[in-house]
Design a protein around this ligand. Sequence first.
Ligand code: PEP
Ligand code: MG
Length: 689
Amino acid sequence: MEEVRSLKVINELGMHARAAGEIVELAGRYKSRLLLAKDGRTADGTSILSILTLACPKGSEIEARIIGEDAREFMDELERLFEGEFGETVRGHYRPKKRTMKGVPVSPGIVLGRAHHLDRSKTQIFHIKLSNRRELERETHRFRRAVDMAKEQIRRFKSNIPEQVKGYAFVLDTHAKILDDSLLFDSTIRRIRREKINAEWALERSVENIHQLFKTVEDEYIGRRMDDVDSVSERVLRNLAGVKEESLAGINEEVIVVAHSLSPCDIAEMNVSRVMGILTDVGGRTSHMAIMSEALEIPVVVGLETATDMILDGDLLILDGNTGEVIINPDPDTIISYEAKRKHYNNYKSAIDRVRHLPAETLDGHKITIRANMEFLGEGQAAIEHGAEGVGLYRTEYLYMTRGGLPDEETLFDDYSQIGRMVAPDPVTIRTLDIASDRMASDMEASREDNPALGLRSIRFCLSERKLFKTQLRAILRASVYGNFRLMFPMISGLGQFLEAKRILRGVMRGLDRDGIEYNRDIPIGILIEIPSATSIADILAKHADFFSIGTNDLIQYALAIDRDNEHVAHLYEPFHPAVLRMIHQVVGAGKNEGIDVSLCGEIAGDPLSVLILLSLGLKEFSMNVGSIPLIKKMIRMVPLRELRDSLRGILHLSTSKKIEDFVLKKARSLLPDIFEEDVLRYRATGTA
Ligand code: PEP
Ligand code: MG
């Protein structure tokens, strides 16, 4: 049986989310199928989102078509629902108000869905004074049990971790280790005993103390590890209180999760097919939760500050993980415009995904090499999946920043040999430690310097801490037989320094010979060119190095005297400054004259416009953040290199970065209109400078 009727929307608010919800609920009570049509668009009566896309303000006419055995009764009731204004009085029930919020986009993608609150609010704790030994013993025992439970919970999360984020399982190991850390565990037990206070209060005090210690660290990445401490201690507090947390595994409808914060454990146990997106009040770009969500391709916006207050359970949300925009209870017009944006983005994404495993070859047949920048082992799988041809920069600081004490040779060897094996036969360019003592999680006395960027860091630090340096070099050399390794020294400012580093390396080689340990004697040794003095003497350095990699992040900072982490001068950080481009050109020329490889591994390698300039300056090898690889590959495959070089000839004579940018953008738009459409440029990876 089929019933067709024309229905008029007469309620004040139009067919908004709640009204659509009433229709869906009604449809659920009948066997027949309901289709609603307006202006050539048809919506399925069982989907709120589908109904909302019809965009029906007050006064709209809708054609309702019901097919099935109980069509007549269903239609009668549907008509009554419309006539009854979906149960609204004139003043309206709850009128969901459209609001917009802006946070930090950390994982791209656009989704539309219902909000699901996940309670991750802090557990309330009280101060209790203990009066006798029995109570002290009981509290200590309670604390130990809560910690054991937390360990068991983390172990369970780890064993069920989704395939796509298996590489991040070590984050959960870190959480388990934090539970054992003396600053947290021993110190809480000591406080219970010494201060005669309950376990909750003692734990909170220990965490406060760790916060104080972390406060002095300016590095955002390390600062964020406080999130890991907070999430671990919160887990213990919940266990102490006997509160069972709502889990993301239990979600069985498609939703956008809204929470104060989420931990890597939440992501590890998440029902990936149900969580469409994530919004949090707190968090930053480098949180592990953000990194893992990106690997799972779940759009995420963090740092919204008041999302949990502003958003109600069940609110309709648009989440834009490219821009950080969140729209609460969007009106139908907004939904339609976002629907178009979503389609556009998805088309863009599938177009770049199609090329990620194809070679990066220009339209006129020139081979370009695209490699990945990596911070830690867990990113290896993502690098391969994004189509990287090896690792052009393996930053090795992670293991020195996250562990208590210095990592030993075995730990380093294990990490390096794993990444070597993972990407072989493609190469891994491993950079020796680029850090100052204040960023290390060790007992080493931290040097306090007025100008840390100009201070005892990187190769200078390593040359003054020989033992530490030699341990790392020995681990790299031992790993060198497990892959195709290249070794690179950072922050070289003069030849003497480079020769000194090579001398130490040779000493380590002799030690390995004595111990009968195998290594690759011919491991290529290169320089990370990131100080202006090194660009000036690139011709001299090129005679002693096997390769150069240009590190523009620091090169720009040192060339323009702009602290790369200082937001007050961020506008003066100009990658296209003529001085910077001339320096790059000089290094490329010096490398060419000596016949050594020159690549570039600064953030600009992940930016389409910069890559066009760099190609025109003669560079053919780039290493970039993993997220940028597919887009840059797609662009390179569309570039007619010879024509590009012809049309950008002369940029080194332009006088300002603005003139250079305008000039190149104009050429880029005519040469590659598909890539340089404004909105496509917006989809650049979030890490891009
Ligand atoms: C650079 O300075 O360009 C670079 C690649 O290294 P980092 O960002 O680690 O200093
Ligand atoms: Mg650098």
